[in-house]
Write a protein that binds this ligand. Structure first.
Ligand SMILES: [Zn+2]
Length: 97
């Protein structure tokens, strides 16, 4: 006879309440999140040309060069003569990281 008994109730499994802890990853593609960009602007992304907000000097090297310029490490960039002391200190820490 007809042996099709399709009356199986699929019980919905109660999903364990997953609390979405969204960790914001600052590293990765979003290079504009670098704190160095508070003190300078990217003029040309292709050549990584940046300009210092304080002395308005332009140089290539992106955020890395900008940090050393502001931190006045004279490591890879000319030192900034107009950077405020607090900004210099912040960049100093960043450039050492
Ligand atoms: Zn500067």
């Amino acid at each position: 006879m007809a042996s099709s008994s399709g009356t199986q109730n699929v019980q919905p499994t109660i999903a364990s309440a997953s609390v979405g802890v969204a960790e914001v990853a600052k590293n990765g593609r979003g290079m504009k999140t670098d704190p160095a960009w508070e003190h300078g602007v990217m003029i040309d992304e292709a050549t990584r040309r940046v300009r210092c907000n304080y002395c308005l000097q332009e140089f290539t090297g992106g955020a890395y060069r900008l940090k050393h310029h502001l931190a006045r490490t004279s490591k890879d960039a000319k030192s900034c003569k107009l950077v405020p002391d607090d900004a210099k200190k912040a960049m100093e820490i960043l450039s050492m990281a």
